[in-house]
Design a protein around this ligand. Structure first.
Ligand SMILES: NC(=O)c1ccc[n+]([C@@H]2O[C@H](COP(=O)([O-])OP(=O)(O)OC[C@H]3O[C@@H](n4cnc5c(N)ncnc54)[C@H](OP(=O)(O)O)[C@@H]3O)[C@@H](O)[C@H]2O)c1
Length: 279
């Protein structure tokens, strides 16, 4: 029977997250809870290598026999240089959030897009013939666009504070970029609005467009999961359905757990834990 830390021995399999900073990360609690639930002799730790030390950190984990590692900000792009293999999603999204060490080789994955699409499925949101508007053009947006392109969405639009960043992603994913000031042109037909931008991380942030005409059935999905944002306020004011990035966060971790252990973990346990974590 697994009893947590007392079980640790020479056979314990090692996992970790690398970020800088990493103190805010929920992953250690979540992954360790899952290891315990599945009765696996595994432990998940957190390390904070500086960007200039990332290569040595990854080599050290390999040397010490780690089995898997999550990668978070700011290492997700840089780490691509240090893996041996990547999947199709990593090539298109351009970043890695999960690595598996197998037979002396490093396999890089990006599970953010799976976290998003699996969460939509869990919430019974179908994108068949739907119009989707994505706000933001950073790393999160790339994962969301990858998932949307794999879905049956009819039209996908992207708008961003800096238009040229949206245009760059529009080119890669073959979708239409919209000037954020002209979002009103597509917003009335949107069925799903996904906020992938950091708008809302600061208390002073405001909605970067006018939202006069919108469908009453519009669903908002805000990747930010730990605070009220201008998007949550918009949903509240207009009586719209809104989901935060909690489900995506948990499910991207669940996909990593599956890659490492072959088992898909208990999502509800992680949801309860995250509620306590956010407070
Ligand atoms: N739930 C999850 O699993 C999950 C996963 C990934 C990300 N996220 C969250 O998503 C957010 C973005 O992450 P990221 O990795 O994509 O970040 P990123 O690569 O730094 O990109 C940030 C994006 O937000 C835009 N932006 C920043 N501040 C803004 C503001 N005040 N108003 C309007 N736009 C603003 C930026 O626009 P410019 O191009 O003009 O700079 C850029 O497009 C973060 O809050 C992150 O925590 C959540």
């Amino acid at each position: 029977m697994y009893t947590g830390i007392e079980m640790l021995n020479t056979k314990t399999k090692l996992f970790a997250i690398l970020g800088y900073p990493v103190k805010h990360s929920f992953s250690p609690q979540m992954q360790n809870k899952w290891f315990k639930k599945e009765n696996l002799n595994c432990i998940y730790l957190a390390f904070e290598p500086k960007p200039e030390d990332l290569k040595r950190a990854v080599e050290s984990l390999k040397l010490l026999g780690f089995q898997g590692v999550n990668i978070t900000i700011p290492h997700k792009i840089e780490v691509m240089k240090y893996v041996d293999f990547t999947d199709k999603a990593v090539k298109k999204i351009g970043s890695i959030n999960t690595i598996a060490f197998k037979g002396g080789k490093l396999y890089g994955y990006n599970t953010d897009h799976l976290g998003f699409s699996q969460d939509l499925t869990a919430k019974k949101i179908s994108l068949k013939n739907k119009n989707v508007l994505v706000i933001g053009s950073g790393g999160g947006a790339r994962a969301i666009l990858y998932a949307l392109k794999e879905s049956e969405a009819k039209n996908i639009y992207i708008a961003n504070r800096t238009l040229k960043n949206a245009e760059q992603l529009a080119e890669i994913f073959k979708i239409r970029a919209i000037d954020i000031k002209k979002v009103g042109e597509v917003l009335p037909s949107a069925d799903l609005l996904v906020n992938t931008s950091a708008c809302g991380m600061k208390k002073t942030d405001v909605l970067p467009f006018k939202a006069d005409k919108i469908k009453s059935s519009l669903i908002i999905y805000d990747l930010i999961y730990n605070k009220a944002t201008p998007f949550t306020k918009l949903a509240e004011n207009k009586g719209l359905k809104i989901f935060t990035g909690v489900g995506m966060l948990i499910r991207q971790g669940a996909c990593g757990f599956k890659i490492w252990t072959g088992k898909y973990p208990d999502i509800e346990i992680a949801e309860r834990l995250l509620r306590e974590f956010i407070g």
